[in-house]
Each structure stands twice: as C-alpha cells, then as structure tokens.
Ligand binder design. Sequence first.
Ligand code: IMP
Ligand code: MG
Length: 184
Amino acid sequence: MRNNDVMEEILVSEEEIVKTYKRLAKEITEDYKDKDSLIVLGLLKGCNPFMSDLLCEINLALEIDYMDVSSYYGGLEAQENVQIIRDMTLEVKDKEVIIAEDVVDSGRTVKKVIDLLYSRGAKSVEVVTMIDKPGGRKVELKPKYIGKTLGDEFIVGYGLDYKELFRNVKQIGILSQDVIKELD
Ligand code: IMP
Ligand code: MG
C-alpha cells in the first residue's frame, strides 16, 4: 500500500506542519534561553518524526531522551491503563523537561509521565504536542506548546498510527474507510 493515497481528508498539510514545528521551536528557544538545562523527552513511538524536526530548529544546547509509555495498543480507542514499557536513562532531578508528543487526547499518558518526572525531582515539566484534542480530555492538562488543535476525529500521519502504520506520512489526516476495512 502506498502512503500517498491513504487519506480520506488531509487536516494538516506538509507546509503547515513545517510552519508549525518552526513556530514551536522558536517559542521554546525564547522561553528556555536563560535556563541552565533542558531535556526534551520524547514519548515513543509517536513523537517521531515531529520531535526530530522540532529539535533541529531549537537553537539551544539540550539533552534528548525517550520513554515508551503505552496507553494505546494499535486500535482506535486509547486505553485507560497507562504502562511504562521503557524508561528514560537521563537523570531529571533539578532539570527543566519538555515532553514531546504527537497528540494529547485523554491526557492520561502525558499526565502519568508529568507526575513521574516531578516525583523524581524535575524542576519543571512542560508539554509540546503537534496535535491537541481537548475534546477527548479525561484529566486536567493543558499543554504549553500546541501545534494545532483538532476535534475528536481519529487521525494518522506524522507520528500518528493506525495499527502501527502511517507514522511516516508527511501530512496529518483522516484515514480512508477503504484502508481501515483492508487492514481489519
Ligand atoms: P492520551 O489519550 O492523551 O493518553 O493519548 C494516548 C495515545 O493515544 C497518544 O500518544 C497516541 O499514541 C494515541 N492517540 C490518541 N489519539 C489518536 C489518534 O487520533 N490517532 C492515532 N493515535 C492516537
Ligand atoms: Mg503517542
């Protein structure tokens, strides 16, 4: 299956994605330029390619780490149970941390990581997300850096998957029903 015709509707174009990560990187650079540390912590696997594009535009010395936290097992609905599958390796005590995500939906995944990082002594924890879906929120959480706010529709592309596919699509959009049927 080719990636270029799996979308029913494109909601964020390639051009808008590029503008968005550049804008977010500028905001982060400005906000953290006088701080003495910064760790960008990507939540696997959805943080890529967004996080790698964003990082190269942040004009600051920073550390990178990853955590694999799963609340979602490849279907259409996020599960309530959040599990840490692989932990980060950097020390976060007294460090400024920004969590990078593809999408914040219920907010449970990110909330769990924020609480964990504060329990380990992080100085500050903020969230940068390519997509915010505030309509799906189940916990109180407002990401500081938001690429684009969308409704409750299930989306794929640019990190977001359906059954582990389509993370490498250059746009974000709604998957066609034909593709969903074909993969069932
Ligand atoms: P949460 O509901 O905010 O905890 O989000 C959990 C995870 O669900 C996200 O990191 C994504 O991996 C996944 N997710 C939420 N909404 C979508 C979507 O529309 N498409 C694909 N994955 C999604
Ligand atoms: Mg994710």
